[in-house]
Every structure is written in C-alpha cells, then in structure tokens.
Design a binder for this molecule. Sequence first.
Ligand SMILES: C[S@@+](CC[C@H](N)C(=O)[O-])C[C@H]1O[C@@H](n2cnc3c(N)ncnc32)[C@H](O)[C@@H]1O
Length: 516
Amino acid sequence: MTQLPSHADVERFRAVVARRFGLQFDAGRLDFLAEVLRQRSAASRDPTAGSYLERVASLPKRADELAALAQQLTVNETYFFRNPDALRALTERVLPERMRAKESHRAPLRILSAGCASGEEPYSLAMTLVEAVPDLDRRQMEILGVDVNAAVLQRAARARYSEWALRETPEELRRRYFRAEGRELVLDPRIQQMVTFEEGNLIDDDARLWPAARYDVVFCRNVIMYFGHEVMRDVIRRIEQTLLPGGFLFLGHAETLRGLSQDFHLCHTHGTFYYQKRTSAQARARAVAVSAPAEDAAIVALPRMVEDAVSWVDAIRRASERIAALAGEADHPRHGDQAALAAAPPAVRSWDLGLVLEAMRQERFADALALLSALPREANEAPDALLLRAVLLTNRGELGAAERACARVLELEELNAGAHYLMALCREHAGDVAGAAEHDQTAIYLDPAFAMPHLHLGLMARRAGDLTGADAELAQAIALLPLEDASRLLLFGGGFQRDTLLALARAELAAVRGGR
Ligand SMILES: C[S@@+](CC[C@H](N)C(=O)[O-])C[C@H]1O[C@@H](n2cnc3c(N)ncnc32)[C@H](O)[C@@H]1O
C-alpha cells in the first residue's frame, strides 16, 4: 500500500501505539505516524491500513511486527556519561548508603537501567562503579539493561561505539576502558561482562521484568517523558514495587514524579534531583500523617487545581467543590451565585474555600484567614487549605507561621512546587539564603514553567553580588512571566500584577547588566 492512510486510521494507530508501548504522540506528530503506518502495512502486505491495525492490536507480546514497530517509533538518543551529576550522586551518596544497607545480608547490589537503549547508560554505570570501588567484587554487582527495542539491544551487545557516543566521556576513562578498532571504539570486555541485557516492555505487568523488592537503584532516564500520564503512573508504581525500601530512582533532567507518586522522598545533592523510595517505617508514618481525608486520589492540591483551571473563577469553583466534598456537603451554592451566598447561613458558608480565595483577591487577608479558620478541621488539614493559609500568612508578613503551614504541606505533598516556593520566601526571611535557594530550585525542578522562583533567585543572586546568576534567573523570569497562569500569579505574586512583576524583573536585569 503506497497511499497515505486516512485520518481515522492514523488516529486508531495512535491509540494502538499508546496501548502497546505506552508511547504518546501529540497532534503535531500525526504525519510521522501516518508514514510509519503506511510503511509497516505495506511491508507486511496487509491489503489495507485497517486490516493491518486489526492484526497489530491483537498480536502476542513478542511478535516480530511489534519489534519492527518499536524500532521505528522509539527515540533511542543516548551517550556515555550523560548527566554526570547523577553519576556523582550515585557514587558519593547512593552507593555508600546501599552498600551499608546490604552489609548484613551479602546480597549483590542490583541496578536496573530501564529504557537502556544501545547500552551507553548501563555501561557508564558499570565504569562508574569500578572507578568508585576499585576493589569491587564484580560478582557482588548486577546491572540489567532493559529496552523494548530489540535492534538497540543488539547494538548494546556488540559494545562497539562511534566517537559521537563518547562525546561526554572523560579522556582518562576513554583511554582506560575503550580500544580503537578502525573507526569504532570497543568497550573493555570486563565492563561488558558486568551488564546483562533483556528485551522487555516497561508497560507490561510482567513478574519477570518487575520482581518485587529486588533493585537497589533504578535508572529510568528520558523514558517516561514519551508516555501518557496514566502509563507514567503505572510504570512508576512498578518501579516503586521493584525497588527495595530505601532504594533510589533516577529520572531524566526534565522528568519529575510530581503528580505521579507520593511513595518517594525527593533528594537534591550534587546539583541533581533524584528520589529515594520511603522505607516501610517512613511509609507508615506518612500514611498516619495523611490519613483521611488528606491523601486520596480524589484530592487535588490547590496549585494543580489552579493550574488546570481555565480561569480564576473556574479555579475557585473547583476549590469550593473540593472542600465541599471534604466536608461531605453535597448541596451547596456555587461560587459566583452571590445571592445564594448572601442568603446562605454561616454554617453552609464555612467550607467554601472559594470565599477565602475571593477575600484574598480583594487583599482582605485577615478576613480570608478568619474564613479559613472557620473551615471544618479536616478541610483545614488538607494540603490545598494549608497552602492557602501559608499564602495568606506570607502576604501578612507572618513568615514564621507561614513556614509552619508550608512545612505541613510538604509533609503531606513533598512535590508541591508552590509550597517549596513559599518555603523559599520564609527561609530567606529567616536569614537562610542557601535554604531559600534550595527550595526555589526544587520548585523550578518540579515545575519548570513556574516564574516566581526564578524571580526570587534572581533577586537573591543580585543581592549576593552574583551577577551572572542574577542575569540568568531574571532573564528566565522575564521569559516565563507573560505565560504564567493568572491564578497562580494571584496566589504567589505577593499581591503584584503581572505587569508590575515584569517591570520589576526588567529593572533588576537592567541594573545587573549596567553594573557589569
Ligand atoms: C531516549 S532513550 C533513553 C536512553 C537512556 N536511558 C538515556 O537516558 O540516555 C529512551 C529509551 O526508552 C526505550 N523505551 C521506550 N518505550 C519503552 C517501553 N515501553 N519499554 C521499554 N523501553 C522503552 C526506547 O526504546 C529508548 O531506547
């Protein structure tokens, strides 16, 4: 078949690809999908794209056609010693901790490279381990690389690479572990022997691929970014189950667990972010801390609600509904129905977080706090209400109390970007500039589109005389502020309008550049 398939066929193909591989293609990639569909149905001599799609949808897991599709649909970009910060965190923090944890039971240290592509990542891990622990007993170390694309795994097994794959490899390591043969660089067989490879699809609930509590460390970098949200969630849940308690997870630079899992503790060392699975005791303590109603799939934290909302009114409505659900009051007046609100008895109004938000918008912070205090106890303990309390207290300059509220939010939702930002303001106020910067950086890692922490970091850098840092952060704030959600600006903008914040950032940047 040489004709391009119909739009409906391409949409069906997109759904099949998502179901079989977890890969999500957005609307801008439909032409690419159409071309793959055309080629594959022609190659497999199916009379129509429709019949090809029917066949692919029901193929068994290891079918050759699925392997051919994986080869065409996956992005396999990788290279040796990618993100060296993560490798430093591995050797200096993770390895010593995991080796101590293993001391008593002599089990090998196990690392999984999930989505290992042509092997550069697991082989880099092996070289890193040998470098870090020269007297390492290699039998006590297991590294497994898994990928859905059999063709890249064949390349991994050959262990012969181009110069390009070694573009970030330190010269000394290149000399020690690679031998040139023609235009190829051959990896030392002793490093090759430390790694095994297996074909596997991360979205399969396969007990062989995901044995319970097996691994000390999982590297799954630059893989989940290609998946849809539900698939990401499922894969992270499986990684959590295959990790030992206290085991570590490394994601790619642009990937976070925000909105995906609360089962990990966020770590920030060596200039990089990674995660540690909570130990059973930590998980139990957390379960108590978030015992109903705070932790539940139905509970949406305020920042997310605000981000998802199309408008401020929508954000308020959602917040109100959420608190109403918490307080178990189904029948309540919608926010915006002013007559109903005015007529409503105080008991009905008490749960209405929308009123609190509205009072805040009018800068009636004391009223907003009073309304918040009138909420039922369980609603007041929910992360969104706590975060709102922290916002209000920050606006009133009560930063000690704001910090306590933020700390509580972070106990419940460690990956809450808004709470980290407010915490940064509180820490700076307490004179802890390093702590403030740490929280700002965490907020940015969790939500790269969040403008305010960049502005805050820029202002702090300028005060500290770090003009290069100030320049970069202020420029980033100026780029992000015009796109920042109006609702989030209202929450975190300190009472300033977008234009005022932009003018402030521009004036600061001009001063920084003028002072150089
Ligand atoms: C961009 S590469 C990342 C390689 C390496 N982790 C790194 O960061 O350099 C992504 C890899 O994930 C693999 N992958 C994508 N979907 C997968 C799935 N459902 N199961 C297993 N591997 C998958 C791709 O085949 C590809 O080799």
